[in-house]
Design a protein around this ligand. Structure first.
Ligand SMILES: Cc1cc2nc3c(=O)[nH]c(=O)nc-3n(C[C@H](O)[C@H](O)[C@H](O)COP(=O)(O)O)c2cc1C
Length: 323
């Protein structure tokens, strides 16, 4: 693989979503492939103390990379790490063959986004639900689609319960606001984080934004906003895994990335309401409610139809590569 191919694959990989848009990844070119390293300097110790979301994000980047590699004729073999601090090695060799399902998703790598706006009331039809349900096939990873309010209503109290726990936790709010980018200038400068425009919020001075987040936004106001959003949501998707280990987290990321790309292809929007998966006590209640036995719900995603929102920034390829 030459440097041009490497740079191109890294660029495609970095279009992946990541918690708080931290982009906690580094890419290394090796003789016969690429290593994706976790970048723990960008970890989120409060909301993601076990780094499961960090590894889900690496899984999303990995899936983009594998899809893009297939598009330019490389076959990928993924070597999964077996301990919580390790990297993912992808062996790439030119085969000239293109995987048809990857070919189908490749075109949506750049246009996919997490859309936090209020969705329309349009429902998703069964053909499209079937496409979402069947968009991935990873051992031990499953997806449940709660389509229609009558089916997802039961999870709303758990979303609110976890939201309240998080917004009553000063450290959570502080970690969140550290990653807020309150203007285009701030977002363009760091090329990471949560730009207010992507959340439908206006630009503001950092000291005002921090004041609003710490003194005006509250568990109650967030709960009200979430309840309102859920009045206009077609359905909720929950990704869960049989095991709660690094390989499963990566594969949840891979599955979720295929979901995001497939949804984009179907002109469907999606956004995270992960709180019940992030708070361990609520995660257990969610597993019980959905009768998942000892399986682990790791992502909770709303979906529906809406207009596009502004896109988040990404760091440049040279900022995320190691030599
Ligand atoms: C593992 C994971 C967890 C996430 N959790 C949340 C979340 O709790 N709330 C939210 O609004 N977005 C969440 N996101 C979405 C990211 O904030 C989003 O991907 C990032 O800001 C980049 O935006 P983009 O995906 O539109 O490019 C999450 C993404 C990932 C991969």
């Amino acid at each position: 693989m030459d440097t041009n191919d490497f740079n191109y694959l890294v660029e495609c990989a970095t279009k992946a979503p990541s918690g708080h848009n931290t982009q906690a990844w580094k890419f290394e070119k090796i003789q016969d492939g690429i290593i994706i390293h976790p970048d723990f300097t960008r970890a989120l110790p409060i909301v993601d103390s076990d780094n499961h979301a960090l590894y889900i994000s690496l899984g999303c980047a990995l899936e983009n990379l594998v899809i893009a590699a297939s598009k330019i004729g490389y076959k990928s073999i993924v070597d999964y790490p077996n301990n919580p601090n390790s990297s993912i090695t992808i062996k790439l060799h030119l085969s000239g063959e293109i995987n048809p399902s990857d070919e189908e998703l490749f075109d949506f790598i750049k246009s996919r986004q997490v859309n936090r706006s209020k969705y329309t009331d349009k429902m998703v039809n069964n053909t499209e639900l079937e496409r979402l349900r069947n968009c991935f096939n990873y051992d031990g990873i499953s997806l449940v689609l709660l389509n229609g309010k009558e089916n997802f209503e039961k999870v709303i109290p758990l979303i609110i319960e976890a939201n309240n726990m998080q917004f009553q936790n000063k450290q959570f709010v502080s970690e969140l606001t550290d990653w807020f980018r309150y203007s285009k200038a701030e977002a363009e400068k760091t090329k990471d984080g949560l730009w207010t425009a992507t959340m439908g919020l206006p630009s503001m001075w950092r000291f005002i934004g921090n004041f609003v987040m710490k003194n005006i936004v509250s568990a109650k106001s967030e709960a009200k906003r979430i309840n309102e959003i859920l009045q206009h949501t077609a359905g909720i998707a929950i990704f869960f895994s049989e095991k709660n280990d690094v390989t499963s987290w990566i594969n949840v990321g891979r599955a979720f990335q295929r979901f995001g790309l497939t949804a984009t292809k179907l002109s469907l929007c999606h956004a995270h309401l992960n709180m019940p998966c992030e708070e361990i006590s609520v995660r257990q209640k969610l597993a019980n409610l959905l009768e998942l036995g000892d399986k682990h719900p790791l992502l909770l995603i709303r979906y529906g139809y809406a207009e596009k929102m502004p896109y988040s920034f990404r760091r440049n390829v040279e900022d995320v590569t190691v030599n």
